[in-house]
Ligand binder design. Structure first.
Ligand SMILES: NC(=O)c1ccc[n+]([C@@H]2O[C@H](COP(=O)([O-])OP(=O)(O)OC[C@H]3O[C@@H](n4cnc5c(N)ncnc54)[C@H](OP(=O)(O)O)[C@@H]3O)[C@@H](O)[C@H]2O)c1
Length: 323
């Protein structure tokens, strides 16, 4: 089968489109024909050798997919022909992929494959972070850094669906517009003014209840200093490239909590809860409460361009590859 192949952890430039053997499903798994695979920042880390996981090359990156079941090997509740979305760590940027039968959602016809490919990992991460980890409540305030990116945009929409007041922080006017279009109450620009001043201005100096931080770097400490009493600071990722050092007097003085989020591990530690979350997300999309933003689609042959698009910080919402 055709796949976007990583041979040597040489990053995006070293990827090539070529042939890999089609995988076969173990008992309890399904083989799908991949229609759509979302490009995640983690895929870029993976092919550069900078991710927690290092599969033996050659392999295809791609961790959240949608497609049609071709073979169901003793998998419960799923049959050939079903439209599904699921998560697989890597292997999704290929014509065929294997999903564990208990780790996927069967999709209603109303959800297109491109949108569906963003649900398991992108929406799954932001839902797990805001609901399970931060316990965000209606009426609370939520600051989302990198708010126009994949998990950022999902956090904006889920925050609104949960009844929070949402402030999206971004780096350009175009991204600010996209975040407001996605439902944020306010967009602030960290490329123009110091983040702390902007948050003070947006919250009348009170600060926010919850911060969702997939960016890291210098934004983290400023955002942590802008939390309210009993605030929760969600550590999502470090897209800016630097893992920040945090003075531990800050959570003491603020009476707040720094809360780690590792969605991939959550799916294996708490599989029932993960699947319940995914079903809720699918239901909310079906009812129009969440509207996945797919900015661009690329054929598999242009998979490298799709990955570069995300690495170059051009993505708004998700970029999709269609194998
Ligand atoms: N903890 C978990 O379980 C989990 C799950 C999924 C993802 N993540 C992590 O969350 C982060 C975001 O993932 P994603 O797939 O949503 O990424 P994405 O779509 O590329 O979004 C990342 C955002 O970060 C901002 N950013 C700031 N500095 C950047 C830089 N130097 N390079 C690239 N982006 C930069 C960009 O917004 P501006 O241009 O507006 O700043 C961009 O929109 C990654 O670190 C990823 O590993 C963690």
């Amino acid at each position: 089968m055709q796949a976007l192949i990583c041979d040597d952890y040489g990053g995006i430039d070293a990827l090539r489109v070529g042939e890999l053997p089609a995988p076969s499903p173990d008992p309890g798994s399904v083989l799908i024909e991949v229609e759509s695979v979302a490009v995640n920042f983690a895929d870029i880390l993976l092919v550069s050798g900078d991710y927690q996981l290092r599969p033996d090359p050659p392999f295809a990156p791609g961790y959240e997919v949608s497609g049609t079941v071709v073979v169901a090997n003793q998998a419960k509740g799923v049959s050939p022909g079903d439209r599904v979305a699921g998560f697989l760590w890597y292997g999704g940027m290929a014509e065929r992929a294997v999903l564990v039968g208990s780790n996927l959602a069967v999709l209603p016809e109303s959800i297109p494959f491109d949108a569906a490919a963003t649900l398991p990992g992108t929406y799954g991460t932001s839902y797990h972070a805001l609901v399970d980890r931060a316990r965000l409540e209606a009426g609370e305030s939520l600051l989302v850094l990198g708010a126009s990116g994949g998990v950022g945009m999902a956090a904006v929409q889920i925050g609104k669906a949960l009844g929070a007041t949402v402030i999206g922080a971004v780096s350009s006017a175009e991204k600010a517009r996209a975040v407001l279009d996605a439902g944020a109450d306010r967009a602030i620009r960290y490329d123009e003014d110091p983040l702390r001043d902007e948050i003070d201005d947006a919250t009348d100096g009170l600060g926010v209840d919850v911060v969702f931080d997939p960016v890291g770097g210098e934004m983290t400490e400023q955002a942590l200093r802008s939390t309210r009493w009993n605030g929760r600071f969600l550590v999502i990722g470090f897209a800016a490239g630097r893992i920040p050092d945090i003075p531990l007097n800050l959570p003491l003085l603020k009476g707040n909590s720094i809360v780690g989020v590792f969605w991939g591990r959550f799916t294996t530690e708490e599989p029932d809860r993960h699947i319940a979350n995914l079903r809720t997300i699918v239901d909310w999309v079906q009812r129009g409460r969440l509207k996945p933003v797919v900015q661009q689609t690329f054929p598999l042959a242009d998979g490298k361009e799709a990955m570069k698009w995300v690495a170059d910080r051009k993505a708004i919402g998700r970029v999709i590859i269609n194998p």
